[in-house]
Design a protein. Sequence first.
Length: 250
Amino acid sequence: MTAVRVLHITDTHLVGDPAGRQRGLVVLDSLRAVLAQALREPTDLILLTGDIVHDDPSGYERLREAFDPSIPVLCIPGNHDVPQAMRAALDVAPFRIGGHHDIGPWRVVMLDSQQPGQVGGRLGEQELRRLDEALSEAPQRHALVVMHHPPIAMGSAWLDAIGLDNATDFFSVLDRHAHVRGVLWGHAHQALDDERRGPLGTVQLMATPSTCVQFRPQVPDFAIDERPPGYRRLALHEDGRIETTVGWLE
């Protein structure tokens, strides 16, 4: 079997105005350009991991206009999303909010780490239980776990203060399941590739840049980077390997 081909995009920060900007960048144009470039390669699944809109629920309509309806899009909210409006607007193909999705020999588990009214994230007891159940139900499948907030330190004090605030609880669940191969997130507006050695094996850790502006990595205070809009492609192999590259808008 060929690898499952996945496109990860995140932090689109759309608003209702098609000319809406973030730091001078027209975010809808940027998203469309990223999709046009990334989808030159065959794609089986798209992951969209939060901050889809920037506090403006009318931005979800702009999102619906931007996507090819033939490719499934799995979505989760970020801290700037409006959950009720998100569910109403994206309760239609090709979009699917949360839950898990089986494709080939893989299970992709989408987690909601949003805390209402907070910038930082947390996985509630229900989400942690759902994660454990989704992993326990399919031990024969390799698992990729996806969320909005970083579960590890990114190396910037300001950003680490608004990451996942109960990462210990999250990893305590993962450490019970040997078939977890990767953890993927957004929120950080930068790329990171790392790994974590747990009691049952090594898990790849991946952060993906935003489709709009990037945050400068490894600095103590907030700063905008000069990197262009970005995305990540993953090849999920039958033997559990994850091959991945970060792409930048040309």
